[in-house]
Design a protein around this ligand. Structure first.
Ligand SMILES: Cc1cc2nc3c(=O)[nH]c(=O)nc-3n(C[C@H](O)[C@H](O)[C@H](O)COP(=O)(O)O)c2cc1C
Length: 434
């Protein structure tokens, strides 16, 4: 099993993050002081941090859900100077709550070159999310490629909700020259690849475009590994190697209603392991959760391809069956007294699907995403659904319920909803049975 944490070799210098979890969870967040090292620490420790498992000293869960708990993503911080932190490129170590310095000076100019987007300099901090396929493909094979995006979406949903609650704007970018971003973060594009950038905050003073990498090497995560050609192929096929390939559209503004006490919601989140099959949720709760998840994502693609489809198992006021969340309303596709059995089967025969009050699938028209946006549209569709799913988790927990991501039979899900769209993830919500 590959190492879950990336460790740099040699004389790496690090910066301790400020861990004020007690105050944050008590609702005393730092944001009144602006975007400083403490606020960055809050985003990282709560957004993508590690939680030690009681009774199991060496196992760590994270503050975000992860397919099979294999946590294949890494997070890098490209920062201008902020209070408490010098400009530089850093790697976030979730267990040690540290930033490892990978380069000195302002690395954001490199990201401007990679995106041809000067407005990135307005963000004092740009996070880069990468994926390490071997961490998940050793178990799941080529399907692990999807898991990189699924878990990245979970992290990004957390980061954006936290930023939002601190009054900091944020946006996701999926269009960049792959080689440039990979080069900056020290990824080779095959065993580790950059997936997305997240710009956070606004109003950075201009800085000299000087950046020097420290050329640190990371220890191998595994004594052996092998490449899955399907993963390499799909990633290469969707890479951008010239800015002529960019079909960027203006970032959309606005997000969902902020979640109160987001710090607490994230910290108490943990995937529900057993739902109470006798408990229902109200239509209002379901609709609130769907509205939050489907609110516009501030991002560099406008062709939102994912829409939410729902199997209502036990929703007061809603007949069991298949629904499409469209125009802020639940539109029925079919009544189905056997909704629970269908949800059970579609969720890879897992009782979590049938015992939940509702199961929700973001579904994308992958064909038209690629047709309108080019091959990169495949990646944005695979990232967008999981960001919506991360929000489903947050909204369900904020409403006092539980949730879990689930794996599914792709084509059977499309058939059930009578659509040519394809599921990009599944989240079940309901009342935990413990
Ligand atoms: C994309 C995704 C797919 C998942 N699929 C399943 C699944 O099929 N069955 C299951 O029991 N849990 C599933 N989970 C839940 C994970 O097992 C869980 O997130 C992981 O063990 C980490 O635990 P935590 O969410 O409590 O932090 C999934 C989670 C995600 C994000």
């Amino acid at each position: 099993m590959p190492q879950p944490f990336k460790e740099y070799l040699g004389e790496a210098t690090s910066v301790e993050l400020v861990d004020h979890r007690k105050e944050w969870l008590a609702g005393q967040s730092s944001h009144r002081r602006g975007f400083d090292l403490e606020e960055l620490s809050r985003l990282l420790i709560l957004g993508a941090g590690a939680k030690r498992l009681r009774r199991m000293r060496d196992r760590y869960f994270r503050t975000y859900a992860s397919a099979g708990a294999l946590h294949p993503n890494e997070l890098f911080v490209a920062a201008a100077s902020i209070d408490g932190l010098n400009a530089g490129l850093y790697h976030f170590h979730p267990r040690d709550k540290k930033l490892i310095r990978l380069g000195e000076g302002d690395p954001r100019h490199q990201l401007v070159e990679a995106t041809e987007d000067d407005s990135l300099l307005d963000h004092p901090v740009i996070l880069a999310v990468s994926g390490i396929p071997w961490r998940t493909a050793w178990k799941y094979g080529p399907r692990g490629y999807r898991h990189l995006w699924w878990d990245a979406g979970m992290i990004i949903a957390n980061l954006m909700a936290l930023a939002d609650s601190a009054g900091l704007p944020s946006r996701v970018l999926a269009h960049f020259l792959d080689e440039r971003v990979n080069h900056l973060i020290g990824a080779d594009g095959q065993t580790e690849m950059a997936l997305a950038l997240v710009g956070i905050g606004e109003g950075t003073p201009s800085s000299e475009p000087q950046y020097s990498p420290l050329n640190l090497r990371a220890a191998p995560i595994s004594s052996n590994s092998f490449e899955f050609p399907e993963i390499t192929a799909v990633h290469r096929e969707t890479a951008l190697s010239s800015t002529d390939d960019f079909r960027k559209e203006a970032a959309r503004a606005g997000a969902g209603e902020p979640i109160d006490e987001i710090d607490k919601v994230i910290w108490k989140r943990g995937s529900t392991r057993r739902f109470d099959p006798t408990a229902s949720i109200t239509q209002r709760v379901l609709e609130d959760v769907l509205a939050y998840a489907s609110a516009p994502i501030p991002c560099d693609w406008t062709t939102t391809t994912n829409e939410l489809f729902v199997i209502a198992n036990a929703v007061d006021g809603v007949e069991p069956g298949a629904y499409h969340w469209k125009d802020q309303k639940l539109q029925r596709i079919s009544r189905d007294p056997g909704a629970r059995e269908a949800a059970h089967f579609l969720s890879l025969v897992q009782a979590l699907g049938s015992d939940a009050a509702a199961v929700i699938f973001p579904m994308a028209d992958l064909g038209s995403a690629v047709e309108t946006a080019g091959p990169r549209g495949y990646r944005t569709a695979q990232l967008e659904g999981p960001i919506m799913s991360g929000r489903l988790y947050l909204a369900a927990y904020a409403a006092g319920y539980g949730a879990t991501g689930l794996t599914f039979y792709d084509e059977e899900v499309s058939k059930y909803f009578q659509t040519s769209r394809e599921p990009t993830l599944e989240v079940a919500i309901g009342t935990p049975n413990y």
